[in-house]
Design a protein. Structure first.
Length: 158
């Protein structure tokens, strides 16, 4: 895996046109609110006037932009759960949207090419499970900087 593979993943699909509401959906998916029902329930607590239909429509738009993908499996009540794609993670991190607990996100996406390339080549899982403030800040800055460099490279060479 190398940076150019990550760049090719970022280029696949339609150009990303996302607003703050969509970013909040992506952040909530990254934090474990993976079904539309869970997203709606969480967002009703944050934004009182949001409807289930609006959340559903936005999730489908994010799927078209290839920043999220469905998770395979049988879930309660036939729910469809979503996770971020490599493209979605690169987009979020390049815009400075870094979670407070980046280790949990890295451990939640062990098969993601971004983390395989940037993190798992240098750190073992047991090291990531040990939470120190220095490690957390280092990983946040490191992943954010790498994604910003990739995004800048793409913007410059369009």
């Amino acid at each position: 895996m190398d940076t150019f593979e990550n760049l090719s993943i970022f280029l696949q699909g339609k150009p990303i046109k996302i607003d703050l509401f969509d970013i909040s959906i992506l952040v909530n998916i990254m934090n474990g609110y993976e079904s539309i029902y869970k997203l709606h329930k969480k967002m009703v607590n944050d934004i009182k006037s949001i409807t289930y239909k609006n959340v559903l429509r936005r999730v489908h738009e994010l799927y078209k932009f290839r920043v999220i993908e469905p998770i395979e499996g049988n879930f309660k009540h036939g729910a469809i759960n979503y996770r971020l794609t490599g493209r979605g993670l690169i987009y979020l991190f390049s815009t400075g949207t870094i979670p407070l607990n980046i280790e949990e996100v890295i451990l939640r996406y062990p098969d993601n090419i971004l983390f395989k390339d940037l993190v798992y080549n240098y750190f073992e899982i047991s090291t990531l499970r040990k939470r120190t403030d220095i490690l957390e800040r280092f990983l946040s800055n490191y992943v954010e900087t790498c994604c910003q460099i990739m995004a800048a490279y793409l913007f410059f060479f369009k």
